[in-house]
Design a protein around this ligand. Structure first.
Ligand code: ADP
Ligand code: ADP
Length: 244
């Protein structure tokens, strides 16, 4: 079966006001989609259509109002919360802004290693060191970069650091939320190539979220188009974008 199977997922946000009725925003409205292992699945849609809400639910950082998320056949939100915490080890996220998402006071090695320290299984210091070096190299950085601080790197290199941090635990699914939107155009292509290469070499599955149609057309195998909380179209990228 698919790695990720999202079934009729809805999320309401209720804003309570002191006076007057509560206001309900249906941020996600019965979204269903599947993502196969090793696939890059793009989610596109304009700001406010529900992309981040979907990302948070897939990462199990939030709970749905209705519907299910099956990961590797397991109904995530039916699990006891302790079990759900363990399942989160399968997911990592890459964010838009590599300036905001990397702690400037820490060395790169520490930043990249961080997800290893929150695993239920405690890796040895030697394993942590080996994995950090291996992962830095897999994103085109060097072992000696571990000693430096984020401000010594360019935007594209910082996003490589953020990607290394997301991959260091070998997660089965990476949710990338606008991972190249804050980068210069010439650097965007390099980071997109890196992600495609990581899928090829390591079999990483990506849910790739963006408002940028050209970017998703370039990187995604299949695309889901969102509009006002609903998934209005799904298909291979060439079909959704009507290329021959
Ligand atoms: P983006 O479009 O990049 O997702 P937004 O500016 O829409 O960014 O949202 C940024 C953050 O603010 C998100 O965590 C989102 O959940 C939250 N947010 C967005 N809209 C509202 C709202 N109406 N009330 C409260 N929080 C909101
Ligand atoms: P996107 O990521 O596509 O910009 P979001 O998932 O952030 O969209 O938001 C979808 C809708 O839900 C928007 O109308 C937004 O204002 C609203 N929203 C998001 N987060 C919150 C929140 N925490 N509280 C209230 N409304 C929210």
């Amino acid at each position: 079966g698919p790695l990720l199977d999202i079934r009729s997922l809805s999320r309401d946000y209720v804003s309570r006001t002191l006076f007057g009725p509560a206001h309900v925003t249906r941020a996600l409205d019965k979204v269903s989609l599947t993502v196969e292992a090793g696939e890059i699945f793009g989610i596109v849609g304009e700001s406010g259509c529900g992309k981040s809400t979907l990302a948070r639910l897939v990462m199990a950082l939030d709970r749905p109002t209705a519907g299910q998320v099956f990961f590797a056949g397991e109904d995530l939100f039916a699990l006891p919360s302790k079990e759900l915490m363990r399942r989160r080890e399968n997911f990592q996220m890459v964010f838009q802004d590599p300036f905001a998402s990397l702690d400037p006071r820490q060395r790169v090695g520490r930043i990249v290693a961080e997800p290893l320290h929150v695993l239920a299984r405690k890796p040895s210091r030697a394993e942590i060191r080996d994995r950090v070096v291996d992962t830095l190299e897999s994103v085109g950085l060097k072992a000696e970069h571990a000693e430096r601080h984020p401000h010594e790197f360019s935007g594209g290199q910082r996003q490589r650091i953020a990607i290394a941090r997301a991959l260091v635990t070998e997660p089965r699914l990476v949710v990338a939320d606008e991972p190249v939107s804050a980068l210069d155009l010439s650097i965007q292509a390099q980071v997109l190539n890196l992600l495609m290469d990581l899928r090829q070499r390591r079999g990483v599955t990506f849910l790739f979220i963006t408002h940028n149609l050209a970017v998703v057309d370039c990187i995604a195998d299949r695309v889901g188009v969102m509009y006002r909380g609903r998934l209005v179209e799904t298909g291979p990228a060439h079909q959704v974008f009507e290329r021959p």
